[in-house]
Ligand binder design. Structure first.
Ligand code: NAD
Length: 459
């Protein structure tokens, strides 16, 4: 149920008042909240699995591993590491400045606003919340209206574990979001698509609110012709099947040497048959497309491709199901290269050289991740130095998300700012610099006061 719009300013005010009260400051209090979040994930996991099954047909194992398990692990790790992260810092300075006690305090930014999308509804609302809790902020959580079962559940379970004057869910669609964005916040973290990101950035600019934008885009795969094609196909297809391709880091298209294209397609077919012996259409291990609109968008892109559909996925619009579909000989200007696919469709773009692959990537907006399959160190270094992307992954797809110590973020049109764990803590933390000038420093400071003697000016 949508949050009544007229209550939204009061919710923000209540959270601001809590922040000012100092309740969220003590490290031990924040650690307790982080453990509460881990408890929520553990205790409510069955309800969470049911909600994500309703919203996205998500396989239970996928929810338990990629969402529930990940949140328990990162909440617990963050609680353990928080005392270290939050330590006041005393930078090394010149001897004559040491008595001034230069200090960097880690200050919570205040009352923050977190938007999440529908594709990993639990992970993408709680991952930022972990950082906000750790930093000592109060937070409004705005989950996606396109995952209504989870959004409703979130609203119901949060008050069982948290004080609603500290962390509060606001549900709804554009009118509620618009009201939220009219208000002043101390930080906004938005995860979603680049069109809405522009609306959020414009609203943030009005109040000069700092912002993190975690967006998507078309993440390419480059396969070096000397690499084991069978292994590349297996690892690409596995990552692409996660959440039916509705993942911000899903491989969006594959650049492969022209004479290796057919071998790659055979390998995709072989691994598809072994992952889904009866096809993916009715497999409980393969998710659904989130909405009729997105199902239509994908089938319409497929109907307009000039490429050749080689692994033809069956489609069932009534159940919003679409099997993995692979298209070969896709070229510049094709419908499948227009926008982020965000579904189980994988175009293959044949190229004649590594340079052509790199040029193809560089001619497009910088992606959130670039995948490279190669055993050759000089090929890897060439791609690192000649391209830009949020992250770069060699010889696998998707698995980078399990390394929580790495910064995750986009570049250019795939967004800005970093998550997760310590990086999210840093996002919601202000570095507050300080000096404390001792009375005894006065003789050393004499030179700064006017009138300045001729000697001082010469010096
Ligand atoms: P979405 O439609 O659920 O939108 C995300 C949020 O924006 C929601 O909370 C929604 O209420 C809000 N919103 C929608 N319309 C709005 C409007 N007109 N004004 C203000 N707010 C509005 O999700 P989506 O954008 O379709 O999500 C998919 C996108 O997210 C993909 O591009 C994907 O790559 C990206 N993504 C990025 C990451 C990452 O971490 N980089 C993770 C997941 C998804």
């Amino acid at each position: 149920m949508a949050t009544p719009i007229n209550t939204i300013p009061q919710i923000r005010d209540a959270l601001q008042a809590t922040f000012r009260s100092g309740l969220t400051r003590p490290i031990a209090w924040r650690q307790h909240q982080l453990y509460q979040l881990a408890r929520l994930a553990q205790n409510e996991r069955e309800l969470i699995c049911d909600a994500l099954q309703k919203d996205l047909g998500k396989p239970k194992t996928e929810v338990l591993m990629a969402e529930v398990g990940c949140i328990i692990e990162t909440a617990m790790k963050s609680a353990e590491q928080l005392p270290e992260w939050a330590k006041t810092e005393y930078p090394e300075v010149a001897d004559w400045q040491k008595p001034w006690k230069p200090t960097v305090y880690k200050a919570p930014r205040g009352t923050v606003l977190i938007f999440s999308p529908w594709n990993y509804p639990m992970l993408l609302i709680f991952q930022p919340l972990i950082g906000a809790i750790a930093a000592g902020c109060t937070a409004v959580l705005k989950p996606s209206e396109l995952a209504p079962a989870f959004s409703q559940l979130l609203d119901e379970i949060m008050p069982k574990y948290f004080d609603p004057n500290v962390y509060r869910v606001v549900n709804g669609a554009v009118p509620e979001t618009t009201k939220l964005l009219e208000l002043q916040w101390d930080y906004i973290l938005y995860t979603g698509n680049d069109k809405v990101a522009r609306i959020v950035a414009r609203a943030a600019a009005k109040h000069l609110t700092p912002l993190t934008l975690d967006l998507g885009g078309k993440s390419p795969v480059i396969i070096d012709s000397a690499y084991d094609i069978d292994l590349a196909a297996k690892r690409i297809l596995w990552g692409k099947c996660k959440n039916a391709g509705q993942t911000c880091v899903a491989a969006d298209y594959v650049l492969v040497q022209r004479d290796k294209q057919d071998e790659l397609i055979k390998a995709f077919q072989k691994h598809y048959d072994s992952f889904f012996p009866n096809g993916a259409l009715d497999s409980p291990l393969f998710g659904s497309i989130v909405s009729d609109l997105h199902h239509k968008r994908l089938t319409s892109l497929l109907s307009r491709t000039k490429g050749e559909v080689v692994l033809k996925g069956r489609s069932d619009a009534a159940r919003r199901r679409l099997e993995p579909t692979i298209v070969k000989n896709v070229a510049e200007g094709d419908s499948l290269l227009e926008e982020e696919l965000f579904g189980p469709v994988l175009p293959i773009v044949p190229v004649d050289s590594l340079k052509q692959a790199v040029d193809f990537v560089n001619a497009r907006p910088r992606p959130v991740v670039l995948y490279v399959f190669s055993d050759n160190e000089s090929v890897k270094q060439q791609v690192v130095s000649e391209t830009q992307s949020g992250g770069i992954v060699f010889n696998d797809t998707y698995q980078q998300l399990s390394v929580h110590e790495l910064p995750f973020g986009g570049v250019g049109e795939s967004g800005y700012g970093y998550q997760v764990m310590k990086y999210t803590y840093d996002t919601f933390t202000q570095l507050r610099s300080s000096i404390d000038m001792p009375r005894e420093a006065e003789p050393h400071l004499a030179i700064r006061y006017p009138p300045h003697s001729e000697e001082a000016v010469q010096a």
